[in-house]
Write a protein that binds this ligand. Sequence first.
Ligand SMILES: Nc1ncnc2c1ncn2[C@@H]1O[C@H](COP(=O)(O)OP(=O)(O)O)[C@@H](O)[C@H]1O
Ligand SMILES: [Mg+2]
Length: 383
Amino acid sequence: MESINPLLSELKRVKQKLASYKIELHQARGYLQCILQNSEDMIFATEVSGMLISFSKSGEKVLGYSWEEVIGSQVKDLAKDPAAFEQFLNTSRQDGSSVQLDLAFQHKDGNTAYCNVSLINLTNREGLRIGTVGVCRDITLWKKIQDDLVRIDRLAEMGRIAAGVAHEINNPLAIINEASGWAATVVSDAKGIGSEDRQELEKATKEISAQTKRCRTITHQLLGFVRDSELSKTEFDVHELLNETISFLKPELKHSPIEINTRFMPGPLNMNSDPKLLEQVCVNLITNAIHAVREKHGDKGRIEIRTLKTDSEVEIHFEDNGIGIPQENRQNIFELFYTTKPPGKGTGLGLPICQNIARKVGGKITCQSNVGVGTTFTVHIPT
Ligand SMILES: Nc1ncnc2c1ncn2[C@@H]1O[C@H](COP(=O)(O)OP(=O)(O)O)[C@@H](O)[C@H]1O
Ligand SMILES: [Mg+2]
């Protein structure tokens, strides 16, 4: 009986130790569960073969798959390029330490999700590898911003080159214009030319002059876009400016069944801004509206210009019943050189220039459109 006592107390001690281990284990499991449930990063664990045995809740946010959908499948199949992921997994297995890489994953909705992936080897007490843990940080948005920056940079570079070209072309254009004027005089004074030949030559010199003017307009618009011209602010009446712009564009409408109506708020609409720049915006938007209604044959073209003043801004609406802009084109229309018009007709400069001007005065231009029904562009200018 005496000899059994030490054994009993030893047993009690072991039991106590076991209980405390149990508590520790429970706490560790809770801690791990808490990380898996609440981490913003997608965390997974695989066994040696690469089969998924754990997948955190955030994985659902990052890739769209729930735990039940992926457990038991191969982790490499989540990647867009499974072979590349497999190779990456092998590197981590060989290196033993943690490795990092940016990888593209296939989201359940078909999109691509980009993650920065860290892989860590899981080992047992004997140091044997029993699997891999991966922590994946969603960098999709970050990557998009980076790509946008590269694109914007390229556009800016293109803009600078275009401005250089425009500048270089201006001098030869002036010479061509002068020479065509001189040629026109020579033709009209020349004796001994048949009337048919004279007509042909006159037509040719007129065409040279018209096309040179068109080139000059394009180069000036381009230079105006790239050069950061200073704002010259004065007080002016928006209604007066709009009426002047419309009468300036009237010759464009001769021989077309297009009417331009105005619905202005009562009285003058005074504003302190740059009238020349605002006029440029109005000319561009009305010209686009004219093109859009002309392209929709059949209906009588109608363009309506409305003004509105709220507490914080002045709004000018340019509404047309033209062809409208398809949804998929709407995100491109403010891009430099984007045009749907045939070569020689569109330059793709109008809207980006308008947006640039609106931003310069702290405002913006928005667009609403229905294909086949019409389009409304709204210029918002803060007061
Ligand atoms: N009022 C409008 N109705 C329909 N489409 C329009 C309208 N305004 C602009 N667009 C579309 O936006 C494109 C870009 O316009 P813009 O920058 O002025 O260049 P451009 O007029 O030289 O084509 C046009 O080619 C056209 O497809
Ligand atoms: Mg235009």
